[in-house]
Design a protein around this ligand. Structure first.
Ligand code: DX5
Ligand code: ZN
Length: 215
């Protein structure tokens, strides 16, 4: 039986970019969210997709578009990703400088949900001041940049710290990186309520079963 309280967000980083619509349709019946990884080759050592692709995805699906920005100075691109059709914009705390609050405010001004993300080496304490300003905290469980990496279990201890700081019972705590049917349980039992999974879902022989096994 699926637990409706856990939001699964398949990452299209592991999809076929030449046949993206087909790959989106493969997950659509089983999930509400779609995770879109945006990489700039600076904040992370990889380049993926940008605004025009989000715009096309918006036309192809009604799924909630969970946009994960792995880019330097994300504030410059908030309006563009909002206009392209993102529903949630998650930026990396490490990619902001003095403008973390301004970045959050800019996402809110666009009437979009706000997420803040931290890399494995960034302590949860660093984002204490921002937790009650956002809808979602994304705890990376791999170094961002590539799909198919190994889950870093040590990152999960941040979940209880985030929960301690949060005054919001509806805060979404998301993990991303190395999530499969085994690591998902390690996360959800501590209070994680959103799982991003890329290679595990897109490499599965049966996507429906693979998604069901995440709960
Ligand atoms: C990595 C990305 C992830 C990636 C996860 O930087 O943020 O969303 O697609 O891939 P898997 O699930 O294969 O670890
Ligand atoms: Zn991601």
């Amino acid at each position: 039986m699926t637990n409706q309280k856990i939001i699964i967000s398949p990452s299209i980083l592991s999809a076929d970019f030449a046949d993206l619509k087909t790959d989106i349709k493969k997950v659509e019946p089983y999930v509400d969210w779609l995770h879109i990884d945006v990489m700039d080759g600076h904040f992370v050592p990889n380049i993926s997709i940008g605004v025009p692709v989000v715009k096309s995805i918006r036309k192809a699906t009604n799924l909630f578009l969970d946009t994960h920005l792995m880019i330097e100075n994300p504030i410059r691109y908030i309006d563009a990703f909002a206009e392209a059709g993102s529903d949630l914009i998650t930026f990396h705390y490490e990619a902001t400088k003095e403008d973390t609050i301004k970045t959050i405010e800019k996402i809110k001004a666009n009437n979009k949900k706000v997420g803040i993300s931290i890399k494995p080496k960034t302590p949860a304490q660093d984002i204490k001041d921002f937790i009650n300003m956002v809808d979602l905290v994304l705890i990376m469980t791999v170094e961002p940049g590539f799909g198919g990496q190994k889950f870093m279990e040590e990152c999960i201890e941040k979940v209880s710290i985030i929960k301690e700081y949060s005054k919001n019972p509806n805060l979404i705590i998301q993990v991303d990186g190395g999530i499969n049917d085994i690591t998902s349980k390690i996360c959800t039992k501590t209070g994680v309520n959103s799982l991003v999974a890329g290679s595990y879902i897109y490499k599965a022989e049966n996507i429906k079963t693979a998604i069901e096994k995440l709960f």
